[in-house]
Design a protein around this ligand. Structure first.
Ligand code: PMP
Length: 292
């Protein structure tokens, strides 16, 4: 059976869920989005995702035209209509239909879309044995040009990095910022464990400040682990005791090799495993229920 999609004001069967060729999300990447997960019949961290969505909108001068409570209802209803207890939700807000010029003022109103489905980014072996990364030549968008804190529909920077890593036979790429500091991966934040301290790059390095990242940081702090948001380099990656990625779609992914160097013992580390256990636990109770 096909999906039911929220498509600019109405729920329709997936065959009828169409976007205009004059939509500026399509023509110019002019829009924003969120990737959200449902776990155990609840929409995980929904409030945090909606906060980021509305902040992205504000940053790009986009009036979503819907109150947050209505957006929340749309997300939950899309899950409910598709019987999603565990799955992945894609919420997209485009500048809407305009003409062929880029002028956003020609777009009369924003258009919202919501899809609830399943997603699988990597095979189970990667989660069990660990992933290999490669640093790519392309640098993360400069925050002065297009701030990575905005979760915009313009993902070419990330896609080019993914292509570069994949062409080298590696599933995921690490992007550095303009100064050569480690920023993030194509759709995930990066963490290392160094001398017992859990480290991740700070927001100002030019990253999307992931909701999974923030969840992991607070879980680590709760269990008394020292955390630090600080600049680090490739050398720090190569010499780390542990490394892992966080993202809504990918969840928590252990990393065991970077640019050919084996990280730590070459297997998922103990800090990672502990945090993964606790992360799974938080998914049991966080977020609004879908089936009330
Ligand atoms: N960085 C980028 C570039 C991303 O696209 C994502 C996925 N949304 C993340 C980091 C991780 O963010 P989150 O944990 O909120 O999914």
């Amino acid at each position: 059976m096909g999906l039911t999609i929220y498509c600019d004001g109405e729920f329709v069967p997936e065959e009828e869920a169409k976007v205009s060729v004059f939509d500026h999300g399509f023509l110019y990447g002019d829009g924003i989005f969120e990737g959200i997960r449902a776990y155990h019949g609840r929409v995980f961290k929904l409030a945090e995702h909606l906060k980021r969505l509305y902040e992205s909108a504000r940053s790009i001068h986009l009036d979503i035209g819907l109150p947050v409570a209505e957006m929340e209802r749309i997300v939950i209803e899309t899950c409910r209509l598709n019987q999603i207890r565990d799955g992945y939700i894609r919420l997209v807000v485009s500048r809407g239909k305009g003409d062929l010029g880029l002028d956003p003022l020609k777009c009369s109103r924003a258009a919202t879309y919501c899809i609830a489905d399943q997603i699988k980014l990597y095979p189970p072996s990667i989660y069990e044995e660990g992933m290999e990364l490669r640093t790519v030549a392309i640098r993360r968008n400069n925050p002065d040009s297009l701030n990575p804190r905005i979760k915009s529909l313009n993902y070419l920077n990330n896609i080019l990095a993914k292509i570069e890593a994949n062409l080298a036979g590696i599933p995921e790429g690490v992007l550095l910022n303009q100064e050569g500091y480690v920023a993030e991966c194509t759709g995930d934040n990066i963490f290392i464990v160094q001398n017992g301290v859990l480290k991740t790059p700070p927001g100002y390095v030019g990253i999307l400040e992931g909701i999974t990242r923030n969840t992991v940081l607070s879980l680590a702090e709760k269990r008394g682990l020292k955390t630090s948001q600080e600049l680090f380099t490739r050398h720090d990656l190569y010499t780390a005791d542990e490394c892992f990625l966080t993202g809504t779609a990918a969840e928590l992914v252990p990393v065991v090799k970077i640019d050919g160097r084996v990280i730590g013992q070459g297997t998922p580390g103990e800090t990672f495993k502990g945090l993964l256990r606790e992360f799974r636990e938080t998914t049991l109770t966080d977020g609004p229920e879908i089936f009330r």
